[in-house]
Design a protein around this ligand. Structure first.
Ligand code: FES
Length: 353
């Protein structure tokens, strides 16, 4: 069979109506993308008829190479050797935003539409036993689906924590130790993701002099963790493996960049997706996602861009991206930029529009 024509290299966002039939263009020739206009008649392709299961917005494939027809599965990103880059005109009129000191000395750069970058010095963290913690993203910041905390655990044991009713995902930024979940001990080290199910408690043990620095992401958002007297007996045995580190065999290419999902629905049965990625010195074209997202810079420097604003970013900074926020992350470091991203609900990080 011949290859379908690429209508364009990113999907179409369309509003669908539950129970209604649609015809998705499979040949790529339709002038009414992403739907069929009869142009396939000169090809061997047939349109795909399907009935929408829900009313709402969906991203329909326009590159015609998806393996999840008619929906975009991110395949469009691997059809080119280079990621779509921003043009000169994209920077015209964009305002450089400064960081402003807020609560406890945390610095925040407020970009468009509730998007922001936060830079939290350790002195701003509140003490919770051997742990120090700061809420970098929460409902008060405009987040609807996720919250995130920056935390540091000194030598010893953290309190037993629980975020009732929420899925919790940890990312160990530096240090090493053990995470106890429901009386099971999981060794962790830098660049590990950890999955904790709703109703479970967790406790960090650090036997080293070096503190453990980590992100605690909580979906749906939860304003404050509960500190418990004892570890609950709750442990979801259907997901026995809870830790995933960097594994080159699990990395997925996206043109000249890559990502690896550490925690997600396929690996850990959680609606939260956590991924680690690396981008080369470049500035991607603006794109959007159908989810709220948080990104923490692990190495490398650059700028976070939105339509009207931009601000410099460096290791340790956390970015909050509201739903559908147009954005791009520019890496100015010759050695590239490494980052950890997290979004909710779960899907492939390569699905963008
Ligand atoms: S547009 Fe085809 S997979 Fe995304």
């Amino acid at each position: 069979m011949s290859t379908a024509t690429i209508a364009r290299l990113k999907p179409y966002l369309v509003q669908l109506e539950k129970g209604k039939s649609y015809f998705w263009c499979a040949c790529g020739l339709s002038k009414k993308q992403p739907f069929c206009d009869g142009s396939h008649k000169v090809t061997e392709f047939l349109p795909l008829k399907w009935v929408a299961e829900q009313t709402g917005e969906k991203l329909l494939c326009a590159c015609k190479h998806t393996k999840a027809q008619p929906f975009c599965d991110g395949s469009h990103n691997s059809l080119s050797d280079t990621y779509a880059e921003a043009g000169e005109a994209d920077g015209v009129g964009v305002v450089l935003v400064d960081y402003v000191a807020g609560e406890g000395g945390a610095l925040k750069a407020k970009l468009d539409n509730g998007c922001y970058v936060i830079r939290v010095p350790e002195s701003a963290l509140s003490t919770l036993g051997t742990m120090k913690i700061y809420p970098v993203i929460g409902v008060v910041d405009g987040a609807k689906n996720l919250s995130q905390y920056q935390a540091v655990v000194a030598t010893g044991q953290s309190p037993v924590l629980s975020y009732p009713g929420s899925d919790v995902v940890l990312f160990i930024v530096s240090g090493q130790g053990t995470v106890n979940i429901g009386h099971r001990a999981f060794p962790v080290s830098a660049e590990s993701g950890v999955c904790i199910k709703p109703g479970e408690g967790f406790q960090i043990t650090n036997k080293d002099a070096e503190p453990i620095a980590m992100n605690i992401s909580v979906c749906p958002p939860c304003a404050t963790p509960e500190t418990l007297e004892q570890m609950p007996q709750v442990f979801d045995t259907s997901i026995p493996d809870r830790v995933q580190g960097v594994d080159e065999s699990k990395q997925e290419a996206m043109a000249d960049r890559f990502f690896q999902v550490l925690i997600g629905d396929k690996t850990h049965g959680t609606p939260v997706s956590q991924f680690i990625g690396e981008i080369p010195q470049s500035r991607a074209a603006h794109h959007r996602h159908l989810y709220e997202e948080t990104i923490t810079i692990l190495s490398g420097e650059g700028f976070m861009w939105t339509d009207e604003t931009k601000t410099p970013v460096k290791p340790g900074d956390t970015i909050f991206l509201p739903l559908k926020q147009a954005h791009s992350l520019e890496c100015t470091s010759p050695d590239g930029m490494r980052l950890i991203g997290l979004f909710y609900p779960s899907m492939s990080p390569s699905i963008n529009y």
